[in-house]
Design a protein around this ligand. Structure first.
Ligand code: ATP
Length: 271
């Protein structure tokens, strides 16, 4: 936890708590270097949007933090636990405190939505099947799905509903951090805006920290407290979205001052 008084100045240092702390991260695939000495802090309770050009390593960063990709070097702490080199039991217990919703939902196709939501509970919770089912149904309603969706298979749902189902599964264990990979990709603008509202509401109601990889400028303006831009193999710049227009970097300029950004900004102002 940050927040100790600085002995030199006597002033309160940064009072924010870094729930994710990445330092010196290096990711390589063969001769391709994706991340080189990447540093990132994610603060408790914020919605952080991770943006960057295609192939800059946004998904690789997410996958590395949640343990699905082993980096070549660096350190990653999540909720104070060293997830790369910490003790196995510590790592397993911290994994229960986050949830992940992947771009395509990554739901088990042979299980119903309810069974998908119950899967992490079955693995981790020692509670009665009746209570588990009730909790699963609660998660399904929490993400705005109708009760009947619980008995459907993922293939029987629309893309937007599948994304909500994936979110319900990510919320199964009441996580503190939720990782979302391109949550609004493939949704129509109304569906995407509804999904953004849902994330905003859940973040507010549950005090979640949200780590969101996205290309969606509307989402960035609507719900992100902070943006981290991946470029040149690292987090090139981070801060509130208003700060991005003054960043002197071609991709950042084009992305945040182009016509789509202006449209997203106008939309936000018009709300
Ligand atoms: N398992 C892997 N093996 C080899 N190369 C990989 C692997 N995973 C990712 N890469 C490469 O790493 C780079 C970054 O990939 P990543 O999926 O993180 O990009 P991204 O920023 O999320 O892109 P996009 O916005 O297009 O989804 C890409 O060049 C990709 O081909």
């Amino acid at each position: 936890m940050d927040g100790a008084a600085n002995p030199a100045t006597g002033q309160e240092a940064d009072a924010r708590e870094a729930v994710i702390r990445v330092r010196g991260l290096v990711n390589r695939f063969g001769s391709q270097v994706v991340h080189e000495n990447l540093d990132l802090d994610v603060w408790r309770g914020e919605v952080l949007g991770i943006v960057g050009g295609s192939g800059t390593g946004k998904s690789v960063l997410l996958r590395t933090i949640v343990g699905l990709n082993k980096p070549a070097a660096g350190s990653i702490e999540v909720l104070g636990v060293d997830v790369l080199n910490g003790r196995e039991e510590e790592r397993r217990s911290v994994e229960k405190r986050w949830g992940v919703a992947f771009q395509d939902g990554a739901l088990f196709s042979s299980l119903t939505v309810l069974q998908n939501v119950l899967a992490p509970m079955r693995e981790q919770l020692k509670i009665s099947p009746t209570l588990m089912k009730s909790l699963g149904e609660l998660k399904i309603s929490l993400v705005g799905l109708p009760a009947y969706a619980g008995s459907k298979f993922p293939s029987e749902l629309s893309g937007g509903m599948r994304k909500r189902a994936a979110l319900a599964r990510a919320l199964a264990l009441d996580p503190e951090i939720v990782f979302l990979d391109e949550p609004t990709a493939g949704l129509d603008p109304i569906g995407a805006a509804a999904y953004d509202d849902l994330i905003g509401e859940l973040q507010h109601a549950l005090g979640l920290t949200v780590f969101m990889v996205t290309h969606d400028l509307d989402s960035l303006y609507a719900i992100c407290d902070r943006i981290a831009v991946l470029a040149e193999k690292k987090v090139l710049v981070e801060g509130p979205i208003e700060d991005m227009t003054s960043v002197d970097h071609p991709w950042v300029q084009e992305y945040f001052t182009g016509p789509r950004a202006r449209a997203a900004q106008d939309k936000k102002k018009g709300e």
